[in-house]
Design a protein around this ligand. Sequence first.
Ligand code: C5P
Length: 476
Amino acid sequence: MGSLTVRNLSEEIKKRLRLRAAASGRSMEEEVRLLLAEGAADVPDRAQSRARPAPGSAKPPAAAAARQILLIVSGGIAAYKSLDLIRRLRERGYEVRVVMTKAAQEFVTPLSVGAIAGEKPFTDLFDQHSEFDVGHIRLARDNDLIVVAPATADIMARMANGHADDLAAAVLLATNKKILLAPAMNPAMWSNKATQRNLKTLIADGVLTVGPNAGEMAESGEAGSGRMAEPLEIVAAIEKYLADHPSVAGTAEPAHTPLAGKHIVITAGPTHEPIDPVRYIANRSSGKQGYAIARAAADAGAKVTLVSGPVALPDPPGVKTVRVQTARDMLVAVQAALPASVGIFAAAVADWRTAGDVVQKLKKDASGPPRLELVENPDILAFIAKLKTRRPQLVIGFAAETEKVVEHAKAKLKRKGCDWIVANDVSAEGGAMGGDDNAVHLITAGGAESWPSQSKDGVARQLVARIAVALNGAPR
Ligand code: C5P
């Protein structure tokens, strides 16, 4: 890179580079190298070089990169969640084309959908421009899966009866692809005999469904079954279908699987340490970063065992997920999963648990608050890193710090005996805890490097790419 360092670039250019890097899963330096190579005409076809990831870089899942989802948004209050669904799909490398019904446009605007999807949504069966550009038959067929989210009672009825009176219905009738519905409606509409009859017909026709869930509805005072599945549940259903049908469109690139043949054990989420049968000690870890790493490692071809504390996330597709509650259970599950090439310890394990087992619920009585005696939990990372036999070749810990992040992480690397530490700032300003973005520092024996703030999926892909290089050597 000669004397040019990213640090010397203007803030505006750095910002654009950061966005580009986050989108491609490459580091900022790699992006700069790629841009220079393009500029110097080393790479004659700019568009092609941009689509192709840098050697060894963590690209989005190869199968996902070629995968196209057609999302049909029909008009329900849950339509606002489809914005998040689009974002979740795009950050996993999917191309998302959107069709909106007229009613959907009353809930979310085509402008906001277009901004998130990266292309204008299709809204009109008789729109000359879109018919000329794509046409409803191609819209119906040029995809790997059609997802209807939210799927209202009305669109389900129209589908079940073969209507083609707007673009969404025409596409659904003309498609030769699988359709996944995420129904969302008032509980009374969902349980109505007509809707249930239509659902039966649609399932018999081969349509897949995810949800609806039970719970509070957006309308006040309404509860029951009818809430649309959460975006991550829909993503999991999509990924499961595509994983089971790798050659749906026949357009998928050969998978980029630098971790094929490797076993990776990952811990994620918090642990819950019981105080008595109903109370426990916990922390705010969401498990998102560990789950993102599990997905990225599986996408890179690894066999993945994810040992997870209690979190509200669905099992990642293609990953063996072992759910545990306490630190001691987590250690047992990790040991049972060995041998492994890599151990990644992203869980926020509770440092302490109460001494002894309290079998009865502690009573609030005149003797005042109980005294809790705490004892230290096993340090899973340190235990595995110090194993004499069956130690994974690469042991990676996480460090959540609120100040002097790199300095403390370097000390932790030594203390725990691990090979790398991924350190992040969990101070209120850092925003990593529970959020979707993360700015981390990678600490290795060679020093510390700071990665740009990016999605947790981006961090996961970058980390997996580094692991592949560490295990296999630099890619040629
Ligand atoms: O000591 P501290 O909790 O800051 O260390 C964080 C790292 O150690 C993380 O990788 C975490 O998963 C791991 N850890 C562990 N078992 C513990 C405590 C922390 O594996 N009991």
